[in-house]
Design a protein around this ligand. Structure first.
Ligand code: TLP
Length: 357
């Protein structure tokens, strides 16, 4: 008899597994002690990543959260104020490390689809005054997770960056999924990175590596980030086993993100036709799909548990918003099956609650 089938896991692109080529690269990796800068595979990945991003230097770190934290610590000093988009990952999901560890005071600006308006940034500037902390940096998130994988386009980044420069702010990009943005727009990733001083991106999301993120910027910044990483306990030894799949990812895993975007689009367009479900199709630009089930009259927790019973895993953002993320391993047939399950669960819920169809 067949055992239970694997669920269709749309909770995040972080659930992706390494490819065969990555596992082989791990086996073959030349290793050394990276705290002494003697791991040739890490050195190769860092040089490769820096060149790809058009920056002087890069640093391999353990996670996206660590990447952002070392970037904040290396771009500002304790007691500074930093500007963030109100729904940013750094503010919402990084356990408050910006304040508890980096000692920074967040100032939030609500963006439109995750994008800060340059005028709002300008308006947030405070004059030099004995009462005010120094504002030292602004962070942008690209693609923007809570806004639904939305893109801050190069022209928008340029405009934000001009205001930042004019006000002596450094600009950092949480580019956990920056390659999704580049692939979706069909442009080189440097079109984005040239407008920011520092950035990070994740190897362990859509690019399928088991572990790791990269921080990039000028050499002085990366020297400081290396020290900040050490303080956080992120100085790794034979980290070539993490770097080796990272090199494979940068060489071979970027273009396929287009498949994830196509699948997300199909999913979103069909979800939009289900009664009781609301979705902003304009916000579906890459591999993240948010939809609102408020019209079905059940909580997102309950909806998720019903999907789970039918073999589909998703996550929720609040009482009524569900998130599904496409990634390698999610094929067209999985999208069709997911849509069938959502249609069925929604219809049963409406029937049960006596909602008019
Ligand atoms: N995001 C995760 C969860 O933390 C929500 C996900 O499943 O999407 N920046 C952005 C924009 C992110 O989406 C994430 C991860 C991070 C930073 C942090 O990366 P990790 O999880 O590697 O610390």
């Amino acid at each position: 008899m067949d055992g239970p089938k694997d669920p269709i896991d749309l909770r995040s692109d972080t659930v992706t597994l390494p490819t065969e080529e990555m596992l082989e690269a791990i086996k073959q990796a030349k290793l050394g002690d990276d705290v002494y800068r003697e791991d040739p595979t890490v050195n190769r990945l860092e040089e490769f990543a820096a060149a790809k991003m058009g920056k002087e230097a890069a640093l391999l770190v353990t996670s996206g959260t660590q990447a952002n934290l070392v970037s904040l610590m290396s771009n500002s000093k304790r007691g500074d104020m930093i500007i963030l988009e109100a729904d940013s990952h750094i503010y919402w999901y990084e356990v408050g490390g910006l304040s508890s560890i980096a000692g920074l005071l967040p100032w939030l600006i609500k963006g439109r689809m995750g994008v800060i308006a340059p005028d709002d940034l300008e308006a947030a500037m405070r004059p030099s005054d004995i009462h005010f902390p120094l504002t030292s940096m602004v962070c942008v998130e690209n693609t923007h997770n809570r806004a639904g994988g939305t893109i801050t386009k190069p022209g928008q980044l340029r405009d934000i960056s001009e205001v930042a420069k004019a006000n002596d702010l450094r600009i950092h990009m949480d580019g956990a999924r920056i390659f999704n943005a580049a692939v979706a727009m069909g442009i080189d990733v440097k079109e984005f990175t040239r407008h920011v001083d520092t950035l990070m991106f994740c190897l362990s999301k859509g690019l399928c590596c088991p572990v790791g993120s990269i921080v990039a910027g000028n050499s002085g910044f990366i020297d400081r980030a290396r020290k900040a990483r050490k303080i956080l306990g992120g100085g790794m030894r034979q980290a070539g086993i993490i770097a080796a799949p990272g090199i494979v990812a940068l060489e071979t895993m970027i273009d396929r993100l287009a498949d994830d975007h196509r699948n997300a689009r199909i999913l979103a367009e069909r979800l939009a036709r289900i009664d009781g479900i609301a979705i902003d199709l304009e916000a579906v630009q890459t591999n993240i799909v948010y939809f609102d089930i408020g019209g079905l009259g059940i909580s997102s927790e309950m909806f998720l548990s019903k999907l789970k019973q039918e073999g589909v895993l998703a996550s929720n953002r609040d009482e009524s918003k569900i998130r599904m993320v496409t990634h390698r391993g999610i094929e067209r047939e999985h999208i069709q099956k997911t849509l069938g399950v959502v249609e069925c669960v929604s219809a049963k819920t409406r029937e049960h609650r006596g909602i008019e169809i």
